[in-house]
Write a protein that binds this ligand. Structure first.
Ligand SMILES: [Zn+2]
Length: 315
């Protein structure tokens, strides 16, 4: 018995509500039985030029959908963005829940005030925005070039929100008894944050020529985190600063962020074995996991700094 395969890829215009699909109808000769299989994932060579980003990821792509419904449906099957979506979606939901129920999650001291919850929630809110923007971007990037560009802007905006909220919250406890420094360094952080948000959103700054300046601004923003640490060491001394802002956790946080950025930049491990890490374990997924670990290190530092202030400086 011979099987004849008829493969037909449906153009997007015929199927506005569905993803680009390829139907293979197998006719079994001598009978009128047909078998239909639908393919949803595509290879690097099959996807449109605008969807090509990492040439070491060879398969698992969703073809440009032009449909938000299809993008949402992609949450329920495995493709090469699935891990990127869920590594930020699930921690994002956890951040939100802890922020809501913070009075049960955070140790309460007699001196604990509303401002403590506001400062700790500020960090959770920044983390929540960053993680949700990121998962939204990874979920919708297969829609169209316009949606992908817009989502990418939101992704950058989320990073800015996370950095600003992380910095301001820890600065509050680090300079709890010296407000001028809290105000100065929060001011610097917010100014950098606004500048980074502007260059992330503006189309002019997103051009190829602006790329080095944009990257430099983000690096400067990251490095500006060293300024209050240096100021703290000069003002309080090394040991006091180490204890007040739980410096060991902040250093670990920095190490994880930098490691994530390096893996992301050099595209390791898919670079050494293209195609092997398409679904599981490619650099962007590792970067996402490291961002979450770094944020948890920051949380550890923030809670430690909060406890230090309430145990040693007040009460
Ligand atoms: Zn990402």
């Amino acid at each position: 018995m011979r099987e004849v395969e008829l493969t037909q890829r449906k153009p997007i215009s015929e199927e506005p509500e569905g993803i680009m699909t390829e139907e293979t109808t197998t006719l079994i000769e001598g009978s009128n039985v047909t078998r239909k299989t639908t393919r949803r994932l595509y290879t690097w060579d099959e996807i449109p030029e605008w969807q090509k980003d990492n040439e070491h990821i060879l398969s698992g792509y969703i073809f440009e959908t032009k449909s938000f419904r299809s993008c949402i449906k992609s949450l329920f099957y495995l493709h090469n963005e699935s891990v990127n979506i869920y590594t930020h979606l699930l921690p994002g939901i956890c951040f939100f829940l802890v922020a809501i129920f913070n009075q049960y999650a955070i140790e309460h001291f007699e001196t604990t005030r509303l401002i403590d919850y506001i400062m700790i929630d500020l960090f959770f809110l920044g983390g929540f925005i960053c993680l949700m923007m990121s998962s939204l971007f990874h979920c919708l990037k297969c829609h169209s070039i316009e949606v992908a560009v817009f989502g990418n802007k939101l992704d950058y905006l989320g990073i800015v929100a996370l950095v600003v909220s992380s910095m301001v919250s820890i600065l509050y406890y680090g300079f709890y008894d010296y407000w001028p420094f809290f105000l100065i360094f929060s001011g610097i952080t917010v100014t950098f944050g606004i500048a980074c948000a502007v260059v992330s959103l503006g189309d002019t700054f997103r051009s190829r020529e602006w790329r080095p300046y944009r990257a430099s601004l983000f690096v400067a923003f990251g490095l500006s985190a060293l300024l209050p640490v240096i100021a703290g060491i000069l003002h309080y001394g090394f040991h006091a600063t180490w204890a007040k802002i739980q410096l060991k956790w902040l250093i670990l946080e920095g190490v994880f962020y930098i490691l994530g950025a390096v893996l992301y930049g050099v595209r390791f491990p898919e670079r050494i074995s293209p195609g092997t890490f398409d679904m599981w374990g490619h650099s962007h997924q590792l970067f996402h996991v490291l961002v979450v670990i770094a944020a948890l290190c920051h949380l550890q530092a923030l809670i430690g700094a909060y406890k230090f202030v309430h145990k040693n400086l007040i009460g």
